[in-house]
Design a binder for this molecule. Structure first.
Ligand code: FAD
Length: 247
């Protein structure tokens, strides 16, 4: 399947709604998931992206839904995420939201690394994770083709992955099935080629209950705040946190 870019055919071109409760700016995994779950709670949502659904980072990652090795602050989020992914395909009837529970294995070749894994395992137990240590013998038996002098490993069988460039558009379709209007090539606060769409879109921001900013670089300060105030938007919710910024 070709990569999703600004040149990909437009797949989502719903009509602008007359009124919405929330405008979600940015249709990566964060914005799309936000739109889906808001709609499940009965909110009227518009999801817009200056490019394509999953046209940027959200279709270019490795797709891991990984709990193993996470920082303690991230772990509760990842446990919940894993729980959601396991039933998402069934819940939405979107086969493309399939989650492969492949497990995740980390091998180590030094005692220092073993101690790090064991320390993490203590924390995993507090979260009732299924993580377990593997002996060197088990590693050799399970992964005979992996070259190296491995002292052992750590495995979390409940970890898994989804195909990002397939899953995010599928979640957008599921959101649309719940009434979310999804519009591609429709940027917010955009001075670039989509300026005309932006002006059209801005009318819809007027009196929206909230604007959820899931556009990563669309930081909610300065000009953006003034922009939203002019439009009488009740609340601006930034959907990013430095903890989850990986690039
Ligand atoms: C190499 C690499 C590997 C990774 N592997 C994993 C992994 O295995 N598992 C994992 O969970 N995470 C992984 N990540 C992290 C993951 O990719 C990101 O956390 C995630 O994609 C962020 O999603 P997002 O929706 O916030 O951002 P994005 O996908 O960047 O979405 C933001 C959207 O906002 C749109 N936008 C921007 N400005 C505007 C505007 N003015 N108006 C309208 N729309 C706008 C953009 O077009 C874009 O589509 C990886 C990251 C990297 C770099």
């Amino acid at each position: 399947m070709p990569m999703i870019t600004d040149q990909s055919p437009i797949a989502f071109a719903d009509a602008l709604p007359d009124a919405v409760d929330v405008v979600v700016i940015g249709a990566g995994i964060v914005g799309t998931a936000t739109a889906y779950w808001l709609a499940k709670r009965g909110q009227r949502v518009l999801l817009c992206d200056k490019g394509r659904v999953a046209g940027e980072q959200s279709s270019r990652n490795w797709g891991w839904v990984r709990q193993q090795g996470r920082d303690w602050a991230e772990l509760p989020v990842m446990v919940e995420s894993n729980r959601i992914w396991r039933t998402l395909a069934q819940e939405t009837s979107e086969a493309d939201l399939a989650f492969t529970q492949s497990g995740c294995v980390r091998l180590f070749d030094s005692e220092a690394e073993r101690h790090k894994c064991e320390a993490w395992l203590d924390m995993a137990r507090d979260h009732q994770l299924d993580t377990a240590m593997l002996t060197a013998q088990e590693v050799r038996a399970r992964f005979p083709h992996v070259v190296g002098d491995w002292k052992g490993g750590m495995e979390t069988p409940s970890d898994g992955w989804a195909e990002p460039f397939v899953a995010v558009p599928a979640l957008a379709r599921a959101a649309r099935a719940l009434g979310v209007r999804v519009i591609e090539a429709c940027g917010a606060f955009d001075r670039g080629p989509h300026r005309a769409d932006t002006r059209r879109l801005c009318g819809k921001f007027r009196h929206a209950g909230a604007v959820a900013a899931a556009a990563r670089r669309w930081r909610v300060h300065g000009k953006q705040q003034r922009f939203c105030r002019t439009l009488s938007v009740a609340e601006i919710v930034p959907l990013f946190h430095p903890l989850y910024e990986t690039d």
